[in-house]
Design a protein around this ligand. Structure first.
Ligand code: ZN
Ligand code: ZN
Length: 104
């Protein structure tokens, strides 16, 4: 399995351009998880996920395009990256940066 894209693009995820895009997109979505909302569940989302995978050197138009973004809660995001019930959980801090990995 590919390594998690957030960990591979540290500099990008710390950039002002990303922080601004992330904030604006989250505001537009009301900070509610889009996948939970599609199932009729109101769940706060905190992670702006890229639908198309970003490589080591993400193109700005891919990295910052709203049609490539999806606001997810932790559970939906872990499911997206791990597939099914996660063995390893990646945890994120309030700004969406990976804060650590817990193995169970
Ligand atoms: Zn969700
Ligand atoms: Zn993601």
């Amino acid at each position: 399995m590919a390594k998690h894209h957030h960990a591979m693009n540290d500099a990008f995820y710390r950039s002002a351009a990303w922080q601004q895009t992330r904030q604006a997109y989250g505001d537009a979505m009301g900070w509610l998880c889009e996948r939970c909302r599609a199932r009729g569940v109101i769940q706060r989302g905190s992670i702006v996920h890229h639908k198309r995978y970003l490589g080591m050197d993400p193109a700005v138009e891919t990295a910052l395009a709203w049609d490539n973004l999806e606001l997810l809660c932790l559970d939906c995001h872990n499911r997206e990256h791990m597939g099914g019930e996660p063995e390893v959980r990646v945890q994120y801090d309030a700004s969406g940066m990976p804060a650590g990995v817990t193995r169970r």
